[in-house]
Design a protein around this ligand. Structure first.
Ligand code: FES
Ligand SMILES: [Fe+2]
Length: 375
């Protein structure tokens, strides 16, 4: 965020800490239990929010240099993103047009993508470059190039459409409203520090909501996060997307200094959530992404957790950035995810609505969005 916004957020957080308040919703919210349990609701969410909406899948720094690629899975589909020699960003299904094996593994630098099964190889722009005994495959009236997907890296965030018919424009403009909030963060320079994939026995909304309130810090994270952070939060909406900042302990000491001496980034964690449920925690010099997808049934989800940092001049990731990644990942895996799974189990047992407090304002913002956006 720019300096002016950073100062404004800092002022709000200091006020909240001093008065022991937080941003509030107008009233408590009641969410029907079926929204965590019903296969029909879940299926519509999968379709409309995940297959038919652009998804944030990484940071531009993951694929900064010409001739590089990254791979991932999006809604169970293998995906490869490339930066060709001219610097153009492209995305494809990571599926060979011969028999369907993958054409790339992991990430790295490559002149071409090569399928390890029979060796068909592809330019980074997706065109078939070569195959053994090519004459034996002609004539076959099928496309030979990789199936292209719409992709964009505006604001340093890689946005992808998992279905080609979503169209490039839709993907390119998906996060327009929140782009100003990303100003100043160097996502395009940050390199991968580490990544994990978790399978969780909880509805994707419960998992996404883990990153939406600090009400649980003093209890669930009493010995881990709470000594460092407080649950006083400042919440903002940017069209479909949201931002929620919560302070490091001691932020109120900034009152002893003139605002001109305040840091350019808030002394706080700043969580941005991009529709439908990817959280970007942005800090000066590093960032984390928590991408949550529905799993195989309403009570299951898949989480991709990754961390990036601006490397030092010799290209190395710093120990501090590695430490930030491990600290965040461990708390998330050991404390947050088990809590979400417990809630899912409990909601299924009780089948009563779930109450969301005024103090859980970002949780409410998201339930309102999900409700309003579902046809
Ligand atoms: S499946 Fe890729 S070359 Fe055969
Ligand atoms: Fe948490």
């Amino acid at each position: 965020m720019n300096r002016e916004s950073a100062l404004a957020v800092t002022r709000r957080l200091i006020e909240h800490v001093v008065a022991d308040t937080t941003d509030l919703a107008e009233a408590p919210w009641v969410e029907p239990a079926e929204n965590y349990l019903d296969p029909e609701v879940w299926e519509r969410e999968r379709e409309q929010f995940f297959f038919e909406s652009p998804q944030a899948i990484g940071f531009a720094g993951d694929i900064a240099n010409p001739g590089t690629f990254i791979t991932t899975e999006v809604m169970g589909k293998p995906v490869v993103v490339t930066r060709d020699k001219e610097g153009a960003l492209r995305a494809f299904l990571n599926v060979c047009t011969h028999r369907g094996a993958r054409v790339a593994e992991g990430c790295g630098k490559a002149a071409r993508l090569v399928c390890r099964f029979h060796g068909w190889n592809y330019e980074l722009d997706g065109r078939l470059a070569g195959r053994g005994r090519s004459q034996d495959f002609e004539p076959v009236p099928l496309p030979t190039g990789l199936q292209q997907l719409p992709v964009s890296d505006r604001g340093g965030v890689i946005m992808l459409g998992v279905r080609p018919e979503m169209g490039q424009l839709r993907v390119e403009h998906a996060i327009d409203d929140i782009l100003p909030a990303f100003e100043g963060y160097e996502f395009a320079k940050m390199q991968l520090v580490g990544s994990d994939r978790f399978e969780v026995d909880a509805n994707w909304k419960l998992v996404t909501n883990l990153s939406h309130e600090g009400y649980h810090f003093a209890t669930l994270h009493r010995d881990s996060l709470a000594p460092m952070m407080t649950g006083h939060g400042a919440a903002d909406e940017f069209g479909l997307h949201t931002r929620w900042a919560f302070p490091f302990r001691g932020i109120e000491n900034l009152r002893d200094k003139d605002e001109s001496e305040w840091p350019s980034y808030p002394y706080a964690a700043v969580n941005h959530t991009l529709f439908p449920g990817t959280v970007i925690v942005a800090n000066e010099g590093n960032a984390q992404m928590i991408r949550v997808e529905p799993g195989d049934e309403p009570g299951k989800s898949v989480v991709y957790f990754s961390s990036v940092g601006v490397p030092s001049v010799d290209g190395e990731v710093s120990d501090a950035d590695r430490g930030t990644y491990e600290f965040g990942r461990n708390i998330f895996e050991r404390e947050d995810l088990p809590a979400a799974a417990e809630c899912q189990h409990g909601i299924a047992a009780r089948e009563q609505p779930v109450v969301i407090g005024r103090n859980e304002v970002v949780v409410q913002m998201w339930h309102r969005r999900w409700r309003d956006k579902l046809d």
